[in-house]
Design a protein around this ligand. Sequence first.
Ligand SMILES: Nc1ncnc2c1ncn2[C@@H]1O[C@H](COP(=O)(O)OP(=O)(O)OP(=O)(O)O)[C@@H](O)[C@H]1O
Ligand SMILES: [Mg+2]
Length: 240
Amino acid sequence: MSEVILIASGKGGVGKSVFSTNMGAILAERGARVVLIDMNMGLRNLDLYLGLENNVVYDVADVLSGMCRIKKALIRDRRFPEFYLMSAAQYKDTGYLTETHMKVLCRKLKDNFDYIIIDGPAGVGENMKLAAAGADKAVIITVPEYVALRDADMMDRTLSGLGIGDRTYVVNMVRPELFGKGWGPTLSQIAETMHISMAGIIPEDENIRIAANNGFPIVCKQGTYIRKNFESIVERILQS
Ligand SMILES: Nc1ncnc2c1ncn2[C@@H]1O[C@H](COP(=O)(O)OP(=O)(O)OP(=O)(O)O)[C@@H](O)[C@H]1O
Ligand SMILES: [Mg+2]
């Protein structure tokens, strides 16, 4: 059965877009039909993280507003059998778009895709609610810092209020050597704050940053601990 998975965070810059591209790449590599939707209106990133920035003509706002058909806004990533990006609008007013528009889009995409991954905007405002409208499950990304943790908890409560019952979280940019030194929350403090299951931990690794900057999902590199770790996390999310 097809699934719409929202990647969310309260605090910005914690790794949602990098996580979205790598989760999408893992699933697409396995032969699943995957579409990534960038819902960061005005601040799109996924086109750059996938090296598809020169291919964006139509975007998700064009589809939601009825300006173009779904097919026209799907940008194919040819490194995989069935992997598509629907980019966010960059310079358009999108304030008139409604949650009903988004629900209809997700329903239609489910006819042709196994996984629809929504890269949501940071925060719990209206744009996030629009991004979350068609989601079946959510993954909250956080980092081991008190501010991010409080925002992740706020996001979790918001998504629960929106009726998304299936929620997990990922702790990104972890530096194991700092745990237990009192410089930030420990994993058990994070688990106590978040009342949902943890899908995994991703270390801070410059290779992740370098790959993202070069339009390359890091999981495409075979035999690395990063890839193995991402695979386990994706498995836990799918099984949640
Ligand atoms: N595990 C990691 N190790 C090192 N760098 C990382 C890691 N995860 C993400 N980054 C880097 O952190 C920065 C922010 O990542 P990203 O753009 O995915 O965050 P975001 O949550 O989508 O941000 P925004 O809220 O602005 O949309 C990027 O430079 C990215 O390459
Ligand atoms: Mg982002």
